[in-house]
Design a protein around this ligand. Structure first.
Ligand SMILES: CC(=O)N[C@H]1[C@@H](OP(=O)(O)OP(=O)(O)OC[C@H]2O[C@@H](n3ccc(=O)[nH]c3=O)[C@H](O)[C@@H]2O)O[C@H](CO)[C@@H](O)[C@@H]1O
Ligand SMILES: C=C(OP(=O)(O)O)C(=O)O
Length: 430
């Protein structure tokens, strides 16, 4: 099993370029099969979830041509199967987007129940509520979701819960439905806007993405397009926190500063200096971070996908911080791993009380999910001595060339493919 071995203590200094947004790209790839013409997608991140999604759409018959690492051409004309059989689609969350895409285009979809990070129960009732309102009939059998519709007609839908996945999924199906759809109480994350812009570039008529209400006028079909994916807000935030946690100085390039506001505000409150320009933010760390309180919220609030990174920074801050997770109920498992490194925290319900320590010390720990894994890497890079992180396949789902980008900033980190390599790296680092 692959692991990261790292020797902490070096402040991370230099510049890093942010890749395309995984969570936008996953929606866009699924939606790209809705056109029967060539769709060219640029700035695709080279991460596992993306490669799994590409494989799944190829398996249902779409023509998928990888032009280079970050560019792909997709044509949905040759789709021959509406049942998605790929085993990998049980592992990733975004496989649910194939329901909205296929239902919209073919009025039928059969997809495995989605996987993704084990961070809570993650029901899909709001997705099904939306599809049903548009005229679909949904059935959940043998671990699969089948939705069929004779006709799809626009509706006025009020979501009970603000959901990124349900907003994108129902928006995709509604874009090829008959008549007008109004979606209320929708999510406003940057990737909602990116998927809506992508659909509009194929001929959809979607207005209001990025606000609480999305208005859609259905069109009969989509045409081809060329589209470049936005930078990854969470990857950018992770590197911004890397500067804070390692007391470094990082220019995080190719991001959209507006998307980073909640993250930038917390770093500033913790005592970091931030220098912002059009498409980059430089974060200059401070010798000792200040304690803060953070509550995760839907955008524009502080993102739940940044909760482990801020929790790690709090673990090294002066004073006691209160962290409240309001989106997912099981996103604190990394705190136990941080305790192995000398951190001081306790969890009460959805709140973590974190008393900062001056130093963490290297330990053998496990990545529990994607963002927790990335945060633990940052902890290891700040800690005294050697840290080994196992289960790094979680991290590889969503961070492009993570260890290479960190190494370019001065991190001492190696990826060991097996125990023998791990022993060798530990000897060299020690
Ligand atoms: C692939 C992808 O883009 N994943 C992101 C997406 O996940 P995902 O789309 O699964 O997250 P949602 O926004 O849907 O979940 C938000 C909340 O709504 C609840 N809920 C959701 C749907 C539903 O039908 N019923 C329901 O009750 C969830 O349990 C959760 O408490 O948004 C999350 C919240 O920003 C991020 O952490 C994930 O990284
Ligand atoms: C939780 C995440 O991904 P997923 O929804 O795919 O599990 C994430 O991107 O942080």
């Amino acid at each position: 099993m692959a692991q990261y071995i790292m020797k902490g203590g070096n402040p991370l200094v230099g510049e890093v370029t942010i890749s395309g947004a995984k969570n936008a790209a996953l929606g866009i790839l699924a939606a790209s099969v809705m056109a029967d013409e060539d769709v060219l997608i640029e700035n695709l991140p080279d991460v596992r979830d993306i490669n799994m999604m590409l494989e799944a759409i190829r398996e249902i018959g779409a023509e998928v041509t990888r032009l280079d690492t970050h560019t792909v051409r997709i044509n949905g004309k040759s789709i021959s199967a509406l049942s998605v059989e790929s085993e990998n689609m049980k592992r990733i969350r975004a496989s649910y987007y194939l329901i909205g895409a296929l239902l919209g285009k073919y009025r039928w979809a059969d997809v495995p129940m989605p996987g993704g990070c084990d961070i809570g129960q993650r029901p899909i009732d709001q997705h099904l509520k939306g599809f049903t309102a548009l005229g679909g009939e949904a059935e959940l059998v043998n671990g699969r979701i089948c939705v069929a519709a004779k006709r799809l007609r626009g509706e006025h839908i009020f979501f009970d819960v603000v959901s990124v996945g349900a907003t994108i999924n129902v928006m995709m199906a509604a874009a090829l439905s008959e008549g007008r759809t109004i979606l209320e109480n929708v999510a406003k994350e940057p990737h909602i806007v990116d998927v809506a812009n992508f659909l509009n570039s194929m001929g959809a008529n979607i207005k209001g993405a990025g606000t609480d209400v999305i208005r859609i006028v259905g069109v009969p079909r989509f045409h081809g397009t060329t589209y470049s994916i936005i930078p990854d807000q969470i990857e950018a935030g992770t590197f911004m926190f890397a500067a804070a946690i390692t007391r470094g100085d990082i220019r995080v390039k190719n991001l959209i500063p507006k998307h980073m506001e909640a993250i930038s505000a917390k770093l500033y409150e913790m005592g970091c200096e931030l220098v912002e320009s059009d498409d980059e933010i430089r974060v200059i760390g401070t010798p000792r971070l200040r304690a803060v309180n953070v509550k995760t919220l839907p955008y524009p609030g502080f993102p739940t996908d940044m909760q482990p990174q801020v929790g790690t920074a709090m673990s090294l801050a002066r004073g006691t911080s209160v962290l409240t997770e309001s989106i997912f109920e099981s996103r604190y498992r990394y705190l136990q791993e941080l305790r192995r490194m000398g951190a001081c925290n306790k969890v009460e319900g959805n709140t973590a009380i974190i008393s900062g320590v001056e130093k963490l010390s290297g330990a053998e720990i496990k990545a529990c999910d994607l963002r927790a894994g990335a945060a633990l890497v940052l902890a290891g890079l700040a800690a005294d001595g050697i840290t080994t992180i196992s289960d790094i396949h979680f991290i590889q789902r969503g961070y492009e060339h993570f260890e290479e980008k960190l190494r370019a900033l001065g991190a001492v980190i190696e990826l060991a493919e097996n125990e023998r390599e791990a022993r060798k790296f530990k000897l060299v680092a020690g």
